[in-house]
Design a protein around this ligand. Sequence first.
Ligand SMILES: NC(=O)c1ccc[n+]([C@@H]2O[C@H](COP(=O)([O-])OP(=O)(O)OC[C@H]3O[C@@H](n4cnc5c(N)ncnc54)[C@H](OP(=O)(O)O)[C@@H]3O)[C@@H](O)[C@H]2O)c1
Length: 244
Amino acid sequence: MAAPGLSGKRILLSGAGSGIGRAAARLFQARGAELLLVGRRLDALRETLPSAVCVALDHADEDAVSAFAQTCPPLDGLFLAAGELCTGSVEASPGAVFDAMIAANLRGPWLLAHHLGPLLKPGASVVLVGSNIGLRAIPDSAAYSVAKAGVHMLAKVLALEWAPRRIRCNAIAPGPVHTPMVEARLAASADSAGDLARLAGVNPLGRLGTEAEVAALAAHLLSDESAWTTGTVIPLDGGADAVY
Ligand SMILES: NC(=O)c1ccc[n+]([C@@H]2O[C@H](COP(=O)([O-])OP(=O)(O)OC[C@H]3O[C@@H](n4cnc5c(N)ncnc54)[C@H](OP(=O)(O)O)[C@@H]3O)[C@@H](O)[C@H]2O)c1
């Protein structure tokens, strides 16, 4: 079967300067999409794809998102990958950490959906990036996990709100993927090799995911071949979600 085509689709990506967002941008361009890349570091976005339209934007800053929306053209898709991870339990995480995790992971996609929603064309598709630890609890990433659980519900709510306009919305819930986010987490550990082995060991396939695997599922969800898929949260985690 041919790879899902994105030809003729104008897609905006957040978090395209790194990791999953960067891999997705390169895949979507190779499949024919016209791209707008947003993230805080313009140089990183340009390194991802020098030929794409790149815009420096903090997705948690409502004034900036609102101003950007005034200049943004109509869109066929959104892939919202921007996010940040802080570890720590509830008791170890003061309110400022909670607020930062909500801003980076949930307020951002909310604001982009709120301000860019009116620009989505009939038949458009939106893909949010949640996390498998927004589906299943672990003890050391409390604020992040709670924010990602909110992202999953946001995808479902948007699917209902937008269905009358034939606009779809789904979320991908990845398990650990080897990106700069995971590298930073491992670098901060006293036992990074042990942590890496533990991350790989929690799923039946026994390895981390790749950026390309997340990008490929996103391309499917953004393409018309998934035209009847909306309101879903898809675990992409080597089978971890299936383990009792
Ligand atoms: N890697 C994993 O194991 C894993 C697992 C599950 C879910 N996820 C999720 O997958 C997504 C991509 O993660 P990744 O691993 O590719 O991480 P990454 O390499 O750290 O990339 C995250 C990107 O988010 C952008 N970003 C962060 N805060 C932002 C803000 N306020 N406004 C605009 N952009 C912002 C960063 O861009 P700037 O620095 O330029 O702002 C960066 O390009 C995230 O939502 C993450 O939570 C990752």
